[in-house]
Ligand binder design. Structure first.
Ligand code: WTA
Length: 691
């Protein structure tokens, strides 16, 4: 066993204070005292129907309940997934094999021999029957403004952009970096890439020029698609300027397509193509490039515990099927409903539940360009009333922020259209859960706390789907999705058996939606996900299994931070800080934060002989992080210290740094074995002064 379980126990035993409330409530033996039995919700929770929910299994007597279906999916994955693949997706050529490979080999293949195209699945196949149905509702940043795009209109946009990409020289397998605000153009560009067989790599428009350049170079993208400006919370963001600065460091870039989100004129250079003008003369009819099932549909960068962000790559067929099936069943999405996932398309949530899941189901999906507090804390709920959204899917951090603004912002709007309330990205703490359920949902709607990752492609754990009236317990995503076999492992890599337990959360059987590799670095893929516990997929999260087999996530076990639901590696932030000429070294840790879930705390050691004041330095360090990564990585606290606590062998004691940052001074443990124990006293004293 080559066990590299990092920082095992960082968050185990419910060290995460956001979870304590739920955990203690669970631990006082009341877990069954207040589960919410939602049988009164009528239609919103029902027994499985193989006629309406899963017609693929109508002939199978043994499947009558979700529990039956789950067991079937685990015992007969090939039958389960192949039936769904053939009925839910449209293929240009049927597949010959359902699944090949396993976690030990580190190479998984699904539906080989088959060919299909994701844009055909998301658009063309809906045109005949419902071309005039609304595909996208674009809720612009400007409050109260929205516009709708039918499937036909979207198809025309995709055709024109696809033709422009083809004409510009983009070929199947080429990477296209997309740095766009959430807009119909962004969705159409992603689908245009899929149509012509190019691989999209969307970079969140909040990342800096440096971060963008790193991602463009890693992917060797020849094409960048951006906008003149972005608008967010009433502020203008100079996207094109950022791209100009990034591209000077990216010799691979041959063209930059520029969409005009605003009226502002921006300087255009020799690589730049005005997308609005250039698409005018293009045909709406773009030829389809059929892709093999395992061809990469897209890549998306995400943070790991070490090194630079990794380009997670997803397959065409497996990913599309998994986002399609999970979208329909997790949210119980029904024809005609409006689904409101407010995540940006720069994150996996935007890929799976703004674009691929909803559109491959022929649904209506929201593109929310603004922020939850612009112009005020009522933005989401005013939008729900105006657009009559049936579903909203958001991040716990926004709930924590909004609940502080009081109930009036919610209550003044009619939310009766809402049927399901989803969330993702971080643990949904008890207070936020109750507020979501009682105030936002008026105790009518299921709360669907979904656990998943960029790497899993779609939701793996969620309270729904489940049986009629089945309980939903606050503070945990609870149930494994069909096809997802979960397991907990201890620090020695042994499975934690029994109904209840605690350990590293792993997925024990391949599923179609899982990432296939890290772009250009398959070894890193194996090392990160498949080698820590041989034979299973290692998620990097810790979890608690409660009575009933329900899962509660306790948080990351590695040095990945989760700030407002955004993944950030401590190493990336340290690299940015260390770039300052006055910084000798730094250590970044997370600490519990009321709204963000986790805040960033940086310990910085300065070189001798510097001339700047600490105040000036702090300003420069923040500016450096902003330019290297983006505003989302700014530390809450920077503590300057003459040195860092280390073991005698020289390893930085992050555990101690985390405890100090979390005010847990009585949990520092034995510090006498450190090489300079007195540094801990210094840090504690300084921390108390700063906070
Ligand atoms: C965390 C987001 C608790 C987790 C889709 C995971 C959660 C990381 C939940 C992935 C949840 C996501 N409860 N923690 N419901 N959902 N996480 O790749 O630590 O941006 O590993 O994907 O977010 O973040 P990513």
């Amino acid at each position: 066993l080559s066990l590299v379980l990092p920082n095992f126990g960082k968050y185990l035993s419910s060290n995460n204070p956001l979870l304590n409330c739920t955990t203690s409530y669970m631990r006082t033996g009341q877990s069954s005292a207040r589960p919410l039995c939602l049988s009164h919700c009528g239609l919103s929770s029902r027994n499985i129907s193989t006629t309406t929910d899963y017609p693929e299994f109508k002939d199978l007597e043994e499947i009558k309940t979700h529990d039956n279906l789950y067991k079937f999916s685990i015992n007969k994955p090939e039958v389960f997934w192949s039936r769904l693949a053939r009925s839910r997706l449209t293929w240009s050529k049927d597949f010959t094999h359902v699944m090949k490979g396993d976690f030990l080999q580190g190479k998984m293949e699904w539906f080989t021999g088959g060919t299909l195209n994701a844009s055909v699945n998301c658009i063309d196949r809906h045109l005949k029957t419902h071309g005039d149905k609304v595909a996208l509702i674009w809720e612009r940043d400007e409050p109260g403004t929205h516009s709708v795009y039918t499937y036909r209109k979207l198809s025309e946009m995709v055709g024109k952009i696809g033709n422009l990409l083809l004409k510009s020289g983009v070929k199947p397998g080429d990477r296209v970096a997309i740095y766009l605000p959430k807009s119909p153009t962004a969705v159409a560009t992603m689908l245009a890439c899929a149509r012509i067989g190019a691989i999209h790599s969307v970079v969140f428009a909040g990342f800096s020029a440096d971060a963008l350049a790193g991602r463009i170079n890693d992917a060797q993208a020849e094409t960048v698609v951006t906008a003149n400006q972005a608008v967010r919370g009433g502020k203008l963001i100079e996207l094109k300027k950022m791209v100009d600065s990034a591209v000077t460091r990216c010799p691979c870039v041959k063209r930059v397509l520029v969409y005009n989100r605003t009226e502002a004129k921006v300087p255009m250079g020799k690589l730049d193509i005005d997308m609005t003008k250039a698409t005018l003369g293009e045909s709406t009819d773009c030829p389809v490039v059929q892709r093999a099932s395992e061809d990469t549909l897209f890549m998306l960068y995400t943070s790991g515990s070490t090194g630079s962000p990794k380009g997670i790559t997803h397959s065409t067929a497996g990913y599309l099927l998994y986002s399609n099936v999970t979208f329909k069943h997790v949210f119980d999405y029904r024809d005609g409903e409006k689904f409101g996932c407010v995540a940006d398309i720069g994150w996996i949530t935007g890929h799976s539940y703004v674009l691929y899941g909803p559109l491959s189901n022929g649904g209506t999906t929201l593109l929310f360009e603004s922020t939850p507090v612009y112009p005020n804390a009522g933005r989401y709920w005013e939008m729900v009333e105006r657009l009559k959204l049936d579903h909203i899917y958001l991040a716990p951090t926004s709930l924590r922020l909004l609940l502080k603004s009081g109930d009036e912002f919610v209550k003044k709007y009619d939310r009766s259209s809402l049927r399901k309330l989803g969330c993702v990205g971080e643990p949904l703490n008890h207070e936020a859960w109750e507020w979501y359920y009682n105030v936002v949902g008026e105790r009518r709607c299921d709360i669907i706390d979904t656990w998943w990752q960029t790497e899993t492609g779609g939701v793996c754990i969620s309270p729904r789907p489940s049986e009629l009236g089945a309980e939903i317990i606050p503070g945990m995503p609870m149930r494994a999705m069909p096809g997802i076999k979960l397991g907990l492992y201890d620090s020695e890599g042994k499975e934690v058996k029994g109904e209840t337990g605690e350990g590293a959360l792993c997925i024990c059987q391949p599923w179609p939606g899982m990432a296939r590799t890290i772009y250009n670095d398959h070894d890193r893929f194996l090392k990160t996900y498949l080698k820590p516990v041989p034979g299973v997929y290692y998620t990097g999260d810790g979890a608690h299994r409660h009575k009933g087999g329900y899962y509660q996530i306790t948080g990351r076990m590695d040095d990945v931070l989760n700030v407002s639901g955004h993944r950030l590696g401590t190493a990336e932030i340290e690299d940015a800080l260390d770039d300052h000429p006055d910084v000798a070294e730094s250590a970044v840790v997370g600490f519990p934060h009321d709204i963000k879930g986790e805040g960033i705390y940086a310990y910085v050691v300065l070189k001798d002989g510097r001339t700047l004041t600490k105040k000036e330095l702090e300003k420069q360090l923040k500016a450096l992080i902003k330019s290297k990564i983006g505003g989302l990585a700014l530390p809450e606290i920077i503590l300057f210290t003459p040195s860092l606590p280390r073991t005698r062998s020289g390893k930085i004691m992050r555990r101690i740094l985390r405890k100090v940052a979390s005010n847990k001074f009585d949990e520092l443990g034995d510090t006498t074995t450190l090489s300079e124990p007195e540094v801990v006293d210094f840090i504690v004293k300084k921390h108390k002064e700063l906070t």
